[in-house]
Design a protein. Structure first.
Length: 87
């Protein structure tokens, strides 16, 4: 873990020190996500956050599929829907 001190400009801008940019492989135009956590701020590359979010929701998607499959494969519901749709 690296630590650095930076100053906030009049416009609220900061400069990320060169060593940290190199270590994180940041280049001009890269997109970052800022998280406000308590009294601190966490910066992360947006593609890293996006990748992590996809991983986090992968299990939720599988669980949803299993649950919906039970509903879709329910013969009792199928009869009810057929009656409803005929009207």
């Amino acid at each position: 873990m690296a630590v650095a001190t930076v100053k906030v400009s009049e416009k609220g801008q900061i400069a990320i020190p060169r060593l940290m940019r190199e270590k994180m492989k940041l280049k001009q135009g890269d997109s970052l996500v800022l998280f406000q956590m308590g009294e601190g701020i966490l910066l992360e590359k947006s593609e890293k956050v996006e990748s992590r979010m996809k991983d986090d929701f992968k299990d939720l998607a599988k669980l949803s599929e299993k649950t919906l499959k039970k509903v879709w494969d329910n013969r009792t519901d199928e009869k009810i829907w057929k009656k409803y749709l005929k009207k």
